[in-house]
Design a protein around this ligand. Structure first.
Ligand code: ADP
Ligand code: MG
Ligand code: MG
Length: 883
């Protein structure tokens, strides 16, 4: 078996399409090398070795040693060096790389192959002792951290202490002899901790690092990450071993990262950051604030540190040509890593760049205009769930801005909240319903939960590619990073900037569009959805088959949903209207009445209000379909909770408060979710359905007069399990339709259907469909009743189910396709068997979840219905599902 694939010198054994075998990094290094880009030679140990390793008690296949030795030999030939050679030593980096980039995996080890002897050869050859010792101390620290498992803080402490004692701030100010002293301290630390010296044998170093990469595949952090992202552990990771090039060889050397287009805005302009005389992770570590690559970006940022374009124009120009070449080749925006060694450019990584939703849209639309992509491909380039980011508010341009400081505009959107300084605090505040901004010097993977909980993130250190910036963009949270003038004092719980002080709990606003940090809460504007958004949505609407409706009952929600492109209302929950203002008193009167006559008196008070609600909705929807669900929740939910409320109702009814209290107690149920609710109420009290039907029909007549568009109401009966239930309610509705037609002289068309939300309804769908012109799968209740899990009580155990791997996802968020989905399939098939043209939709939370939408396309539903803010997501997801 071939376990090792070489690359370098304009050729490669691997290619981009071998990502599964070589990992993303290895496959793209091979591809770049074949494209003729300057890639330091190296080789990739395949993911199959990782699999083998775990299947064979952490050992390697026999042939591996020889294949590695041979590949290493080749790298030596290409660089005119030899691994471990005391005269011309080859130094390498060891880099992990799975199919998809995965935090939690082993960090890269640079400068491997250095020891007390080879470091001198390097020093002599470069004529630069500072450079050689700088590389060696980095190597000892990295290797000790990621391979030997020693805490990197202890090394940093030694370094910090030295700098403090000598009043230095930057690592670059430390000279050769000083580094030598620090190296001795590092080595002593290792020996003290491990009771053996730092490994001097390059072979031992190499295999140590390879083993560390494979071992890191199973560390808890990586395992958790894979579980959260639904990635199989059978994939394994590859290991890349590559000749070192040095960005830390003085002032004509540098290292950097870049995006071929702006990852925040999508603007078609090279965007990136670099540091002179630096190596590896220095740029993203946030220790020194990096410089802009292009002049344009530098001027835009008002920075005085020179750009790469100005400092090293030749390397810059060459880099630009590679950016163009790679973009055209991969037909996507690329995220690149490079190093310049004494003026010579080397490419170290390329991959499709992460981007904000705004950037994803712009890039997709631009690339169609540039002829790089077709419309249908462009639709697939935008993650539907990410559209959520575009629906974020921005600061009203007319609002007064009290700017305390400015950082980098790292992730778009604006947010206000109280200052907190730790992720645990942020999480606590969120649980208590408080909005906070997480303020940190910098963030690390340990802060993910706090970043999730916060409205936005503010850091004082780090660039556009720092941890905080990258993670915030991924989450769609506003972020201002690297606000360098901000002094954060964790101990005293205060921040200082521009001579002003704010303390923990004070409200600030961050503006991810400008990087500004403002005092207090600021007026926000809701987003408008035009431009690229409109263009891409237009393409999506052309290819999607399913209609997208919204769940809405208020005029406000209905309007928003129409702006977002909703093509009707899939679920109008009438009971929400019952709580508005004074109505609740009439509702309670109706519930507490002991006789039908009493109920009818109360219902008569509700009728004009319901009619008005429906008229408004029908007018807003202007002829688009509207599905109205008759009263669903158990009556107990509407009852007075306090003595005072009880007294109000008693007064309105002219009744005795004592008797009312007894009646309220009598209505209490042990298990209201499975109690007297849904169509069961309508069976017991047909007058409720009559009133609601009358309100709907009279409103339909009204609205049609106003808009001139005929209204075809769809009346939905909830919680049906027996065909007989639906038949009974249908009779009252039909009778009412006749009555309203003869009273008004208007013709009415309407449909009666049911919500399929009980397993029995799905199973008996053939029979029920004889009475139902449409089914709407109410997947919230259907999930509850299929699992027998109450959604409102699930929080206490569903989390454990997920972490223990019993459930991959919360079934109330993403449809349980195997179980609940099977019932839906059965319902669809059997419903169509007796009524081939039955209209089918879904109206649970799942109607806005892309994976569930894809399932709905698969079973051939006619529409999905979701909350107004998810309508754009559903439109795009439905298009992707149709492609
Ligand atoms: P990550 O997956 O965390 O980005 P990488 O393997 O890409 O880790 O390594 C991180 C950084 O280390 C690179 O961006 C590059 O700057 C540096 N690096 C890796 N290999 C080499 C090398 N052979 N020569 C010089 N620098 C390297
Ligand atoms: Mg990298
Ligand atoms: Mg329901």
């Amino acid at each position: 078996t071939k376990w090792v694939y070489s690359f370098g010198n304009g050729a490669a054994e691997g290619a981009a399409n071998m990502r599964n075998l070589l990992g993303g990094k290895g496959a793209n290094l091979a591809e770049m090398s074949s494209l003729g880009l300057p890639v330091p030679p190296g080789f990739t140990i395949t993911t199959e070795v990782c699999t083998w390793y775990y299947e064979h008690e952490k050992s390697y296949p026999d042939a591996l040693t020889a294949q590695v030795a041979e590949a290493l030999e080749k790298v030596g030939e290409a660089t005119n060096r030899k691994f471990g050679d005391p005269e011309r030593p080859l130094l390498v980096s060891v880099r992990s790389g799975a199919r998809v980039s995965m935090p939690g995996m082993m960090d890269t080890v640079l400068n491997l192959g250095l020891n007390d002897q080879t470091v001198e050869a390097i020093a002599q050859e470069a004529g630069d002792r500072r450079f050689a010792y700088d590389s060696y101390r980095r190597f000892i620290q990295m290797y000790s951290d990621v391979v030997l498992g020693l805490d990197h803080h202890e090394f940093e402490e030694i370094l910090e202490e030295y700098k403090e004692r000598n009043e230095l701030t930057l690592d670059t100010e430390i000279d050769a002899d000083a580094w030598l002293g620090i190296i001795e301290k590092f080595k002593a630390l290792v020996e003290e901790e491990l009771e053996k010296p730092f490994p001097q044998d390059p072979q031992e170093q190499l295999w140590g690092a390879i083993g560390a990469v494979f071992s890191s595949w199973m560390v808890p952090r990586a395992v958790t990450y894979r579980r959260l992202h639904d990635l199989p552990s059978s994939w394994g990771t590859a290991v890349n071993v590559q000749a070192m090039v040095f960005g830390n060889m003085g002032e004509s050397s540098a290292t950097g990262v870049a995006f071929t287009r702006n990852p925040s805005t999508g603007e078609n302009a090279l965007y990136g950051e670099f540091l002179v005389n630096a190596q590896g992770e220095d740029v993203v570590a946030g220790i020194r604030t990096p410089q802009d690559i292009t002049e344009k970006a530098r001027i835009g940022a008002g920075s005085s540190s020179p750009s790469l374009e100005a400092l090293m124009p030749e390397a810059f120009a060459e880099f630009q040509t590679y950016c163009a070449k790679l973009e055209a080749h991969y037909r996507d925006m690329q995220d690149l890593e490079f190093t310049i060694e004494k003026g010579k450019l080397w490419m170290l990584q390329t991959r499709s760049g992460k981007r904000t939703a705004k950037a994803a849209l712009k890039i997709a639309v631009d690339m169609v205009a540039e002829g790089l992509l077709g419309e249908e491909e462009a639709i697939g380039r935008v993650e539907p769930a990410a559209l959520d980011q575009l629906l974020h508010p921005t600061i009203d341009p007319k609002a007064k801005r009290d700017v305390i400081t400015t950082g980098l505009p790292a992730s778009p959107g604006a947010a206000s909240g109280a200052i907190v300084f730790s992720s645990d605090e942020a999480e606590k505040a969120k649980a208590e319903g408080r909005k906070v901004i997480l303020v940190r010097v910098e963030t690390s993977p340990e802060d993910i939960h706090g970043m999730h909980a916060a409205e936005g993130i503010l850091t004082s250190r780090g660039g556009m590619t720092s941890h905080a910036a990258v993670v915030a963009r991924g989450m769609g949270k506003p972020c201002v990073a690297g606000a360098g003038m901000l002094r954060i004092d964790y101990r005293n719980g205060v921040i200082n900037a521009a001579g002003r002080q704010l303390k923990e709990g004070d409200i600030i606003t961050i503006d991810g569009a400008t990087g500004q940090v403002l005092v207090g809460e600021v007026e926000m504007l809701q987003p408008t959805l035009s431009g690229d958004f409109g263009t891409l949505m237009g393409w999506a609407d052309k290819v999607r088959r399913m209609r997208v409706r919204t769940n809405a009952e208020t005029p406000q929600d209905a309007k928003v949903a129409r702006e977002f492109g909703a093509e009707g209302i899939g679920l109008c929950r009438t009971e929400h209207m019952f709580f508005e203002g004074e109505r609740i008193i009439a509702v309670r009167e109706m519930i507490l009445a002991e006789t039908e006559a009493g109920r009818r008196t109360a219902l008569a008070k509700l009728l004009p209000m319901q009619r008005q609600d429906f008229t408004d909705l029908f007018e807003i929807m202007h002829g688009l379909p509207v599905t109205i669900r008759l009263l669903d929740p158990p009556l107990h939910e509407f009852l007075p909770k306090s003595e005072e409320e009880l007294a109000d109702v008693a007064k309105a009814m002219g009744a005795d408060p004592e008797l009312l209290r007894d009646r309220a107690l009598a209505l209490e149920e042990f298990n209201p979710m499975l109690g007297h609710r849904g169509c069961r109420l309508l069976v017991s009290y047909p007058e409720i359905a009559e009133m609601q039907a009358r309100a709907i029909f009279e409103a339909a007549v009204e609205a049609a007069k106003v808009t001139g568009a005929p209204v075809v109401p769809e009346i939905m009966v909830p919680l049906v399990g027996l065909k007989g239930e639906l038949d009974l309610v249908r009779q009252s509705i039909e009778a009412m339709a006749k009555a309203v037609m003869s009273e008004t002289g208007a013709e009415l068309t309407y449909q009666i259907g049911t919500m399929v939300e009980l397993p029995r309804a799905a199973l008996k769908a053939a029979e029920i469909a004889q009475s139902a012109e449409f089914f709407s799968f109410g997947t919230n209740d259907l999930t509850q009743t299929t699992f027998g899990i109450s959604r409102d009580d699930a929080a206490s155990f569903l989390g454990t189910y997920q972490t223990r791997g019993l459930l991959e996802q919360d079934p109330f968020v993403s449809l349980d396709q195997e179980g609940v989905g099977e019932l839906i399939k059965i319902g669809v098939e059997r419903g169509r068997s007796t009524r081939p043209d039955i209209k089918l939709g879904i109206c649970g939370e799942h109607g806005g979840d892309p994976a569930s939408i894809s399932f709905c396309e698969g079973v051939g539903l006619d529409y999905v219905s979701c909350s107004p803010f998810r309508v754009p997501i559903a439109r795009l997801a439905a298009a992707q599902a149709a492609l």
